[in-house]
Design a protein around this ligand. Structure first.
Ligand code: BTN
Length: 245
């Protein structure tokens, strides 16, 4: 990954540019990276705060030979890859909150947004959008997110070399992408569970139409969170906001 790098001093969203480049045929491993996004986006149509020169805002185009039902797990593959990269570089690993938030001391340090371009039976491309808060001070976050966001600098006390972290993220993303495509989800799942702060905990899951409470007991081989409700019923959670209770 990263043999083809498209760098923009500023852009609306690397995710939008990568989607366009992927449709135009950009090769596997293309990276779109910027210093500042004017319209950074998160999951569930949320805005992603992406101010200048202190974060990693990038989107990676991958073209694995897999069927579309294997694509959602790439969110979890990416979470493990970024966690490993951070652990290598800073000595402290974040915790993964299902499905894709990386937290340090309970605050969000990284978000991942994966988007799929596919036909009926074939993945054309997966675009992995990665936003890492690296060298921000607390005051540089919007007031409204100061209680829930953090950066590597705030947590470790050190300025972090962004280029070195990008290189490590791409290294591990390639490694775990290959591992998943060749060996299936099981090895990734074990890594994911070992870094997770969700498994074994009581959680509240806010779904579109209902709110469920219970104990998160694991993830299935398709990346679906398994929640044991108080009456013993086990429910698979595909998409929800999760709160530890
Ligand atoms: C989330 O936690 O909701 C996901 C946030 C993803 C942010 C990254 S920054 C690079 C890429 N471009 C975007 O507009 N979003 C992703």
């Amino acid at each position: 990954l990263g043999h083809n790098i498209l760098y923009y001093p500023v852009c609306d969203s690397t995710q939008n540019i990568a989607a366009e480049k992927a449709r135009e045929g950009a090769p596997h491993g293309t990276v779109v990276i910027t210093e500042e996004q004017t319209a950074g986006r998160g999951r569930l149509e949320r805005v992603w705060d992406s101010s200048a020169n202190n974060g990693i805002w990038m989107s990676v185009i991958i073209r694995p030979e897999i069927s579309p039902h294997m694509a959602p797990q790439f969110t979890l593959v990416s979470a493990v890859a970024i966690t490993k990269a951070m652990e290598d570089l800073t000595g402290s690993a974040p915790e993964i909150k299902w499905p894709n938030d990386l937290l340090m001391n309970g605050k969000k340090v990284t978000g991942i947004l994966t988007e799929l371009q596919a036909d009926m039976d074939r993945v054309q491309s997966i675009i992995i959008g990665i936003g890492v808060n690296v060298n921000q001070e607390l005051e540089s976050f919007e007031q409204s997110i100061q209680s829930i966001a953090t950066s590597l600098k705030i947590e470790t006390g050190n300025d972090i070399n962004r280029a070195a972290l990008v290189a490590k993220i791409l290294y591990y993303l390639e490694k775990y992408t290959n591992m998943y495509v060749e060996n299936g989800f099981e090895p990734i799942k074990l890594l994911w569970e070992s870094y997770s702060c969700t498994i074994g905990k009581r959680i509240r899951a806010i779904l579109l139409r209902e709110t469920l409470e219970g104990t998160a007991i694991g993830i299935s081989n398709d990346g679906v969170l398994q929640l044991r409700l108080d009456d013993g019923e086990i429910r698979g959670i595909y998409s929800a906001d999760i709160h530890l209770t």
